[in-house]
Unconditional design. Structure first.
Length: 115
């Protein structure tokens, strides 16, 4: 089963930036739409950004629109999330997975926005 390894999280001040990366195992990465999800303490996991298999179509949750950018490199089996103008409410564990037909969830990467 496909597996995902997320990295790039950390502690950042409000207004700062981070770039998350997610590497997928297997040979079918390029045919699947992908998404970045996050889960804050006490809250359900939510989709924050999605990208089509070709990278031509993106989706963003209203809460991150204009601040986050999702991209992918199919040759590297990798999806990225550039996060700018970070806010304390962006604090969460961030995961990547397919948009549909989920694979196994990885460990995620912790993003903490705090002064």
């Amino acid at each position: 089963q496909v597996q995902f390894v997320e990295s790039g999280g950390g502690l950042v001040q409000p207004g700062g930036s981070l770039r998350l990366s997610c590497v997928a195992s297997g040979s079918t990465f390029s045919i699947h739409a992908m998404g970045w999800y996050r889960q804050a303490p006490g809250k359900q996991r939510e989709l924050v950004a999605g990208i089509s298999s070709s990278g031509s179509t993106n989706y963003y949750a209203d809460s991150v629109k204009g601040r986050f950018t999702i991209s992918r490199d199919n040759a590297k089996n990798t999806v990225y999330l550039q996060m700018n103008s970070l806010k304390p409410e962006d604090t969460a564990v961030y995961y990547c997975n397919r948009r549909f037909n989920f694979g196994s969830w990885g460990q995620g990467t912790q993003v903490t926005v705090s002064s």
